[in-house]
Design a protein around this ligand. Structure first.
Ligand SMILES: Nc1ncnc2c1ncn2[C@@H]1O[C@H](COP(=O)(O)OP(=O)(O)OP(=O)(O)O)[C@@H](O)[C@H]1O
Ligand SMILES: [Mg+2]
Length: 427
């Protein structure tokens, strides 16, 4: 990471955020605690809790505004461990910089070690590895996102959602402790300089796993809209099993026959659906749009947004959408790091899925379970062995070449503006 450029980027966004907060919409989509209960979607699990001390109770006591945040708090839950700050300091060697895994809008993420039974701190390399996410001090976003994360991940359990082990709220700091995902984020694998290219079958597996995670959320009784589907929120374990992380922006979906909920426009520019940016109307199908963008990133190896690309190519969707329906054009935008090693028929079908996901009218986008079904069919398409041996190295097109040269200056850092406010009007 080239530090000075990063700082310039943050500065730009801070200015922008101040300009656009005035455009945000009033949030009206919250639901009450008992609407969490009695959900039993396939495979996943929803914890219910009938005693009085639930996550949502804590959220209720902590509807504190940024100026009125209690310095510490407690959430009684059978599913999550409440860590002390001291324990988490021990776990991460006092949040030592060399144990940092990454940084996002909420704060920094550190690797630590805990005992596998008690989850008490353990020596590095013993017990199980965890990822500890620590809020930026005084971040007005911190408490809200922290509550939402605990609220959702404390309730939902599914193989394609990252496991939340526990949390800590002390000294005005909010921390979250997750299972450690050995292979980091999809974003790093697709775009980090020097990253080993992901082969086609792994990309498809990741897409299928992520689709399973979204299907689970959407099909729960009170559907959950994830709202922040993007490559950095898809984490990979040792076997490239993909799990969704970051539920800080998740919302319960429409109820009483309504088609959408209305919320303040939040999310990440480049992935957020156009109707949501324009109106604040959030549909279950808004997640489907984000899914299409990530699938397009996986096919092309290009970021959803990159200000370093030539004008007209900055926004991947705008630039690539016309190539999705034409085999010749599609070939040209496929990630050269795939080295032509993919079944063309599978790429064509994946491109069709993307095209449908990116429909501007939400109801014209397919449902996640339909997408999952189609992706599994795509996965069954094997490369023609004759063609496999003939595959040659493709020359990167200009855009792809440029991204490889400059991806460290990626505008994806736009999302790290402390608020993750989407940018209305840019579409
Ligand atoms: N459970 C985890 N295991 C391993 N690495 C993780 C884990 N959680 C996060 N990380 C690493 O930390 C990075 C930062 O994560 P974080 O979710 O805070 O930010 P982000 O997703 O990059 O941005 P945003 O705040 O907009 O979501 C991730 O990209 C990933 O590399
Ligand atoms: Mg994230």
């Amino acid at each position: 990471m080239d530090k000075p450029e990063f700082l310039v980027c943050m500065h730009t966004i801070d200015n922008f955020w101040f300009a656009c907060t005035r455009l945000t919409k009033k949030q009206t989509g919250d639901v009450k605690r008992n609407e969490f209960q009695g959900i039993s979607p396939e495979k996943g699990q929803v914890y219910t809790n009938n005693n009085n001390n639930t996550h949502a109770d804590a959220a209720a006591t902590a509807t504190a505004t940024a100026t009125d945040v209690p310095s510490s708090g407690k959430i009684v839950t059978p599913n999550l461990k409440m860590f002390t700050l001291q324990e988490l300091k021990q776990t991460t060697k006092n949040f030592r910089p060399d144990s940092m895994l990454g940084e996002g809008g909420f704060g920094r993420v550190f690797k630590g070690w805990v005992d596998e039974k008690t989850y008490g701190p353990s020596k590095a390399g013993t017990g199980i590895a965890v990822a500890v996410k620590k809020s930026n001090p005084d971040s007005p976003q911190g408490l809200e996102e922290w509550q939402a994360e605990v609220k959702f991940l404390g309730k939902f359990s599914h193989p394609n959602l990252v496991k939340l082990i526990g949390y800590c709220w002390e000294d005005k700091q909010f921390l979250l402790v997750y299972e450690y995902m050995q292979k980091g984020s999809l974003e790093n694998h697709l775009f980090r300089r020097g990253a080993e290219p992901l082969p086609w079958n792994i990309r498809l597996k990741i897409a299928i796993d992520a689709a399973k995670g979204l299907t689970f959320l959407h099909s729960s009784e009170k559907s959950v809209i994830y709202r922040d589907f993007k490559a950095s929120n898809i984490l990979l374990d040792r076997e490239y099993n993909a799990k969704l992380s970051d539920f800080g922006l998740a919302k319960f979906g429409p109820i009483n026959g309504n088609s959408h909920i209305t919320t303040r426009v939040m999310g990440t520019y480049g992935y957020a659906a156009p109707e949501y940016i324009a109106t604040g109307h959030l549909y279950v199908k808004s997640d489907v749009y984000g899914f299409g963008v990530v699938l397009l990133e996986m096919l092309t190896g290009l970021r959803a947004l990159d200000q370093d690309r030539p004008t007209g190519e900055v926004n991947l969707v705008e630039w690539a959408v016309a190539s999705l329906e034409n085999k010749k054009r599609l070939k040209k935008i496929m990630d050269p790091r795939l080295n032509n090693k993919y079944p063309m028929e599978a790429a064509i079908q994946a491109a069709m899925i993307i095209k449908q996901c990116l429909q501007s009218v939400p109801k014209n986008r397919p449902s996640m379970d339909k997408i999952l079904e189609t992706l599994e069919q795509v996965n069954a398409i094997q490369e023609n062995p004759k063609k496999k041996s003939r595959s040659t190295k493709t020359k990167p097109n200009n855009t792809q070449k440029q991204q490889q040269d400059h991806h460290h200056r990626s505008p994806l850092h736009y999302k790290h503006n402390g608020t993750r406010e989407a940018r209305p009007g840019h579409y």
